[in-house]
Design a protein around this ligand. Structure first.
Ligand code: IPD
Ligand code: CA
Length: 267
């Protein structure tokens, strides 16, 4: 099923990655969006337009739910969830820690997930029911992440930066708990990268107060197909049709998070 998308996606993402890696004068094309310190560049829009054009040719009639556009509510129709540059602030600052995230959903369920880190030329992908993989340097490896307790976890968290004036204190409470209860904490500045790090066993847990479906659309499938779990931090299922708080990681570490750290915000 969807064999043409599977065949073409690696080269489409590689070409989109070239737009990211060859970007110049980024600081001349930044626009502020709603919220605290939330930015978009012309490159975000260019990558999104490029992906939409290629994916429309591959899958005529498919819908798009994408970060840099106005979106209708997610429906059961085949839909691509796109974050053209996840880690936009990292991209603006030249940190080399950003990625392109494309999830493909049918009936609001994940079917395919792709996250491409263009600086490291790493392509992570998953097919529902068929596993998660990392393709790099011509070699493809199936991902199978270990279960670990919270005490043995390297824990990532996101800062919910665009609402930090209201949720920052809760973020830092959770970060403090994770620092105390796990090996150490990390903040990459890209939730999609955090999710592939969880899938690959580079990190063991991710928490963030709020992410959008385009941030986690691809990554949730990659984590789940690699043997991790993804949910809301109160243990409820992650919704795909609206922004949501997120907890992802090794099953044991996430279970301990739920019982010992918990989620204290209303959303
Ligand atoms: C953001 C990044 C960041 C996370 C934010 C996201 P963007 O996405 O994933 O790590 O903390 O919540 O919105 O804006 O760079 O695409
Ligand atoms: Ca983005």
């Amino acid at each position: 099923m969807y064999s043409e998308i599977k065949k073409q996606m690696p080269s489409i993402l590689e070409a989109a990655g070239e737009i990211v890696c060859s970007a110049s004068h980024i600081t001349d094309c930044i626009t502020a969006k709603a919220g605290d310190a939330n930015f978009v560049t012309e490159y975000d829009v260019n990558v999104q337009n490029f992906l939409k054009e290629k994916l429309t040719a591959l899958c005529p009639g498919a819908l798009f739910f994408a970060e840099e556009q106005e979106n209708d509510p997610l429906t059961d129709a085949p839909t691509f969830l796109i974050d053209p540059i996840d880690g936009t602030t990292n991209f603006i600052r030249g940190l080399g820690q950003s990625c392109i995230s494309v999830g493909f959903y049918v009936n609001k369920k994940p079917v395919l997930g792709y996250i491409y880190q263009p600086y490291a030329r790493e392509l992570f992908y998953a097919y529902a029911g068929e596993g998660a993989y990392l393709a790099k340097n011509g070699k493809t490896t199936r991902l199978s992440r270990a279960d670990v307790p919270l005490s043995g976890s390297l824990s990532a968290f996101g800062t919910d930066p665009y609402r930090k004036s209201t949720t920052g204190a809760e973020t830092m409470r959770v970060a403090g708990e994770l620092l105390a209860r796990s090996l150490d904490i990390r903040r990459t500045g890209s939730a999609a990268l955090d999710l592939i790090n969880v899938a690959a066993g580079r990190c063991d847990l991710l928490y963030e107060n709020l992410l959008s479906p385009w941030d986690f659309g691809a990554g949730r499938l990659i984590v789940e197909e690699a043997g991790g779990v993804v949910m809301r931090p109160d243990g409820k299922p992650l919704p795909m049709d609206r922004p949501s708080p997120i907890l992802a990681g090794a099953p044991s570490a996430c279970a301990e998070f739920l019982s010992e750290i918990g989620y204290r915000l209303n959303d």
